[in-house]
Ligand binder design. Structure first.
Ligand code: LLP
Length: 445
């Protein structure tokens, strides 16, 4: 079992001291459930590790992994920065009074509307992704009073050996400025001549769900050499280095030992940066990291109710739940692996090998292709673990399935922090419906 879970006297699964059957009865399924303490402890592990190994640093939580108002408030309380990647994420964060000075703004194609919105409100670091963006920013930043503090996203050409869809730091990438042919260097030099911009440093993010430290260390080395060369050539010291996110996490008990801990990661990159700076006699830059998955994934689980069960003799048994690729598209997208428990009968006889599938009109709508479960039955509560990152944030309304709500567990209690969508939410934005519909429709959140 992952995270803070146990089996109670009723043979029910408890997460953070709360019985999942009670949560499901009270709040319905499907439902995303987060152990608040685990989110906080991951944030603290990042903060304390860097504090003990590096003099000047900032940890920015990557909101794309999981963002809602309650999460913004946690991040703010723990004193982290927040990395946003769209006007929408920026809006959610600002609506929760998150200080602009701790917001980092990303995006390979920030629209004019997004750029103007963020410029008007303010930002901690603006991550320039392309030369075209730099020229737009040069014009648009004239209208704001403060200088805009900028980073440049570079592609260091390091392959982290993760899924190709989440590999981002190789030369052939839609993100960032390549180091080849002096492109990155040319952009930064150009920015130094723009009076409304303050060039703070450089950024890279090589990929996600990375299971070894070596690619991070390699990226740090490439970036620092770039900073050093730049200082030699132009006499300008880039003072900040953002190494992005990407630390991988186990999704299965059998993978527990495969991933470096947050502490091991923080220590290794801190030491590496210090070591290279000593060799190059380069002043220690302020170090930024942008973890997403490693902060929230372990803390999240999804509760489903089992519905139909189909047995094809000699072939397979399909167990269908009341959600699927709409609330968790990660198996169909990346072949991600998950483990699950029958929440109302954790330990049971007659374990059977089954496939857990969703309710969408799509054969690929599979959550777990093969898992042993104790004779699953209709009405059972199925708990899929490790769904904290990139589930809620990637959920869709395919097949007009309402998106689940979000519950935070703390102090032995469950609090609904995002209500589940209702059927009415599915037509709320439609302007030409025949009948009005109402909030209190047949199924409401
Ligand atoms: N910083 C930047 C610039 C990023 O693009 C990302 C993730 C992060 C930080 C956070 O990375 P993390 O620590 O979470 O690995 N949907 C995919 C993951 C996409 C990651 C996109 N960028 C998935 O479900 O695996």
């Amino acid at each position: 079992m992952l995270g803070n879970k146990r089996v109670n006297g009723k043979n029910h699964l408890e997460i953070a001291g709360v019985d999942v059957v009670e949560i499901a009865e009270k709040m319905g399924t499907p439902l995303y459930v987060f152990d608040e303490e685990l989110i906080r402890s991951a944030m603290r592990e990042y903060q304390t590790t860097f504090a003990s190994h590096y003099p000047d640093f900032a940890v920015a939580y990557a909101g794309k992994a999981f963002l809602c108002s309650a999460m913004c408030q946690l991040v703010n309380e723990e004193g982290l920065w927040l990395d946003v990647v769209s006007g929408g994420e920026y809006y959610v964060v600002r609506m929760n009074d998150f200080p602009v000075e701790r917001i980092l703004f990303h995006g390979n194609n920030k629209t004019e509307e997004e750029r103007r919105y963020v410029l008007k409100e303010g930002v901690g670091r603006w991550v320039v992704d392309s030369e075209i963006e730099l020229e737009w920013l040069a014009e648009e930043a004239k209208e704001v009073k403060r200088k805009v503090p900028v980073f440049f996203r570079l592609t260091p050409g390091v392959d982290p050996h993760t899924h190709v869809y989440i590999t981002t730091g190789t030369v052939d990438s839609k993100f960032g400025l390549p180091l080849i042919e002096g492109i990155a260097e040319r952009a930064i030099k150009r920015a130094l001549a723009i009076p409304h911009l303050e060039v703070m440093g450089v950024h890279c993010h090589i990929g996600s769900q990375i299971d070894t430290l070596e690619p991070f260390l390699k990226a740090a080395e490439v970036m620092l050499h770039f900073m050093y060369d730049f200082s030699k050539k132009y006499g300008y010291f880039l003072q900040e280095l953002d190494l992005g996110g990407g630390l991988g996490v186990p999704y299965l008990d059998s993978d527990r030992d495969r991933f470096p801990s947050i502490s091991a990661y923080g220590r290794a990159i801190s030491e590496k940066v210090k070591e290279i700076c000593t060799v190059l006699s380069y002043p220690l830059p302020r170090l930024f990291v942008e973890p997403g998955r490693s902060i929230v994934n372990l803390a999240g689980s999804t509760l489903y109710q089992i519905g139909t069960i189909k047995e094809i003799p000699g072939v397979k048994k399909y167990v269908a739940v009341d959600g699927g690729m709409t609330d968790n598209p990660r198996h169909i997208l990346y072949g991600a692996k998950y483990q699950a428990w029958v929440g109302n009968r954790v330990q049971g006889e007659n374990v059977e090998r089954v496939a857990v599938v969703g309710k969408c009109c799509e054969s690929g709508d599979v959550l777990i292709p093969e898992i042993d479960l104790p004779s699953p039955r209709p009405g059972d509560i199925l708990v899929v673990e490790g769904t904290g990152a990139y589930n809620y944030s990637m959920a869709s309304n395919y097949n007009m399935i309402p998106r689940p709500g979000v519950v935070f567990l703390r102090g032995g209690k469950a609090e609904l922090v995002v209500r589940p969508e209702s059927f009415y939410d599915l037509i709320r934005k439609d302007l030409v419906t025949q009948s009005e519909g109402e909030e209190e429709g047949p199924i409401h959140g």
